[in-house]
Design a protein around this ligand. Structure first.
Ligand SMILES: Nc1ncnc2c1ncn2[C@@H]1O[C@H](COP(=O)(O)OP(=O)(O)OP(=O)(O)O)[C@@H](O)[C@H]1O
Ligand SMILES: [Mg+2]
Length: 273
């Protein structure tokens, strides 16, 4: 299926997602809750697109659907001109290579029993890319690229032997090892302090500029979005309330919900991110 626009890499068309809730030992009936209600978005190649909204607004749900970890109940998601739900076999494997994620809490997302080398090399092993020597050299190159230098000091460490910022750098190196086109970064700095957050943002900005990576950057922090994003969508209870150029939305929000998000943020400085 053609998207009709050359610069669009990802298209979310009228996507809805429902979850069953309320069932428990004491309550047998289920309630259907709407996590996403007819969401439509277009993300351009090479941009950082921000998804901003309060807790529970549906941001991570969009992230999981885009990563093809869950299916929408209706609507379609098109990546590089292909509907992702139709992917099977080899094309699904290729999709998994092109689309990577960085999570909120690298301590949970990294396997505690895997060394830094094993963590970053695992996708190469799964996809059968390179021999051991080539894998080592790729991992070392990535560690140096992301400020874990000298790389030999980090290869044999385990997640508990790293700081939060270093763990997130390892998670970014793992996400980059297969040379992806698109990264979903779900609140990648919410466990980090302001200074380390800024360092992680500059790595993401660098990857956009020099590696041409497109990002879906999920955050509850509109100040962080303003620092990093080209365009944003503001999400409230599963509905997109406004979308467009990040600076114009922050400087001139159309909806009361966006105004409230901005007011909840102490200031728009690097320190507040
Ligand atoms: N697997 C699930 N089962 C039932 N309800 C779910 C499930 N996943 C998400 N939800 C519900 O869907 C809504 C959206 O959740 P989501 O995790 O996408 O929000 P979010 O914007 O990422 O919030 P946060 O900022 O807290 O991470 C919430 O009400 C949540 O409780
Ligand atoms: Mg979330």
């Amino acid at each position: 299926m053609k998207t009709g626009r050359d610069d669009t890499i990802l298209e979310i068309n009228d996507v809805s997602k429902y979850y069953q809730t309320g069932r428990s030992l004491f309550r047998k009936t289920e309630k259907k809750m709407t996590a996403l209600d007819k969401v439509s978005l277009k993300i351009n190649k090479g941009e950082i697109f921000g998804l901003v909204g309060k807790s529970g607004s549906g941001k991570s749900t969009i992230g999981r659907l885009v990563l093809n970890l869950e299916k929408p109940d209706s609507g379609s998601i098109i990546f590089a001109e292909t509907e992702i739900n139709s992917l099977r076999g080899k094309s699904l494997k290729q999709f998994r290579q092109k689309m990577q994620m960085i999570c909120q809490d690298p301590y949970q997302s990294l396997n505690p029993y895997f060394s830094v080398f094993d963590t970053i090399a695992e996708p190469l092993v799964i996809h059968n890319i390179g021999d051991k020597k080539e894998q080592l050299s790729r991992v070392q190159e990535l560690l140096e690229d992301f400020g874990l230098s000298p790389a030999t000091d980090f290869l044999d460490r385990y997640p508990h032997q790293l700081s939060g910022g270093q763990r997130q750098r390892v998670a970014i190196a793992r996400a980059m090892v297969l040379k992806p086109e698109f990264i979903v970064a779900d609140e990648p700095t919410s466990m980090l302090d302001a200074t380390v957050s800024i360092q992680i943002y500059s790595i993401l900005a660098h990857l956009k500029k020099y590696a041409g990576i497109t990002f879906l950057f999920i955050t509850h922090n509109i100040a962080a979005a303003r620092l990093l994003c080209d365009r944003i969508a503001v999400l409230n209870e599963g509905i997109v309330v406004e979308t467009g150029d990040c600076e114009s939305i922050v400087d001139n929000p159309a909806s009361e919900y966006t105004k409230a998000l901005i007011q909840a943020q102490p200031s728009f400085s690097y320190e507040s991110a």
